[in-house]
Write a protein that binds this ligand. Structure first.
Ligand code: PHE
Length: 455
């Protein structure tokens, strides 16, 4: 292991809180439930969990290992890692690990902005006494308003920059120590409420009774994309968090912990949402609008208590989003401030400014620029707005490609003695299984999925 001059996590627990904070986000609470609903429930959940175990955990371990062993942010890590050839390729992967999270942040900040708008709106009663169709109109109004979208996006980037600027211990650690327990408490309250008052039995069957006829290549593809995004893989977040780990912490244990908690939260989010959605007989396959259109109707129908749960729910989403956005900004900030020539705070502000400038176009692609398709001349990008294009490039293509290349890197290029030592499992069966997965199964599986996305 190389000399590190930066801060480290105070303990394994704080690392776990932060890494779970990164993993648990809009992907779990907003995206997972509606994707499950759109893809036929149980079958999707089953495939998703299999992918988390077979691809997710081995890759989490690989990324944590690269971070911890090098004690450096992604680009520097890939540049300096022992045994790495051809170096040009690994440098490119390092760059990709810095740029993908920035790309994700541009649209993630906009959606994080929606959650802030909704939390406030619920609080001040904007959603009370909604007329028929009112919640759909309100969501459309938000998307149609450049001023609102840009305002909330600015706030979410501002909060993220403010936290990251303060550094690991007084910024990131402090934030996750407050927000993560709050998030778990709110989630448990919502699940309890939903399962007591809602249709729990139907939700359970919906999520866990697989209809095997629904399993198609597209479903597998969706599940893989969702798993990568939800586990924060291929995006620098896990790698950079790994670089703040000390040697006494077990990487395999941490990886299993992150994967378990992330999946548990996604399932719990389903149990907070589906029982009430089923009980109120509203449409559960409303797509991205499930949380922003359908839930406000339900909260509205509940009367006074609904408003309380509404505020809690959107606060939960906002907290989950913030503990993810900080992990998305950290790789670039760590990389650019590592030489010590420019302060971390200044780098964070510069990055925030760049993000904001791109974010404005992302926000506008919901309204004024909705007919602008920047790469529309390419078949793969046909009909995609600026937001869709950035999302597809960062969250689909390059995330998967990064994961693929990192598994090749760890499985084929890094010295076995290094991996053996970092995993701390000895030359055991567990180690061998992990190595086999990283060396063959992950590259082949992800390669196949990637091929499917591109062609
Ligand atoms: N995992 C986060 C979520 O589920 C998103 C994310 C992706 C965060 C990549 C960091 C890196 O919402």
């Amino acid at each position: 292991m190389q000399e590190a001059k930066h801060e480290h996590w105070s303990s394994g627990w704080t690392f776990l809180l932060a890494a779970v904070g990164s993993a648990v986000g809009l992907g779990n609470i907003w995206r997972f439930p509606y994707i499950v609903a759109e893809n036929g429930g149980g079958a999707f959940v089953l495939i998703y969990m299999a992918i988390v175990v077979v691809f997710g955990i081995p890759l989490l371990m690989s990324e944590l290992m690269i971070g911890r062993n090098s004690q450096k942010p992604p680009l520097a890590a890939m540049q300096s890692f022992e045994g790495s050839k051809p170096q040009m390729l690994w440098n490119a992967v390092g760059w990709s690990y810095l740029l993908v999270p920035m790309g994700i942040l541009t649209f993630y900040s906009v959606v994080a902005g929606w959650t802030l708008d909704y939390a406030l709106g619920m609080g001040i009663g904007t959603f009370n006494n909604l007329p028929e169709g009112g919640s759909a109109t309100m969501f459309q109004d938000l998307l149609a308003s450049p001023v609102k979208l840009i305002f909330w996006m600015t706030l979410s980037i501002g909060i993220t920059v403010g936290i990251v600027a303060r550094g690991l211990k007084s910024g990131l650690e402090k934030t996750v120590k407050i927000l993560m327990p709050a998030l778990f408490i709110i989630l448990i309250i919502l699940v309890l409420y939903a399962s007591i008052t809602g249709d729990f039995a139907r939700s359970f069957a919906f999520m866990f009774k697989p209809d095997f006829s629904k399993i198609t290549p597209e479903l597998v593809l969706m599940a893989a994309g969702q798993a990568f995004f939800s586990l924060s893989l291929g995006s620098g977040a896990i790698m950079v968090y790994g670089s703040y780990l000390t040697r006494d912490i077990s990487i395999p244990k941490m990886a299993v912990g992150v994967a378990f908690a992330d999946t548990a939260v996604a399932l719990l989010a389903g149990f907070a949402i589906f029982p009430i959605v089923f009980a109120f007989g509203v449409d559960h396959s409303a797509g991205p609008g499930l949380v922003f259109v359908t839930l406000p109707i339900v909260f509205n129908d509940m009367g006074g208590i609904g408003q309380v749960f509404g505020v809690l729910f959107f606060l939960l989403l906002a907290f989950a989003a913030i503990t993810s956005t900080i992990s998305l900004l950290e790789p670039m900030v760590a990389q650019m401030s590592q030489s010590g020539r420019v302060t971390r705070a200044r780098v964070a502000i510069y990055c925030g400014a760049v993000l904001w400038s791109v974010g404005v176009f992302v926000a506008l692609s919901n309204n004024i620029l909705q007919d602008f398709h920047p790469l529309g001349f390419l078949p793969l990008f046909e009909g995609k707005t600026i937001a869709d294009t950035i999302e597809f490039l960062s969250a689909n293509l390059f995330m998967l490609l990064n994961g693929l290349l990192v598994s090749v890197f760890v499985g084929w290029s890094v010295k076995r003695s290094v991996t053996l030592e970092e995993m701390g499992l000895g030359d055991s069966v567990l180690f061998k299984v992990w190595f086999l997965l990283v060396r063959y199964i992950v590259p082949l599986g992800v390669g196949f999925i990637f091929y499917d996305v591109v062609l």
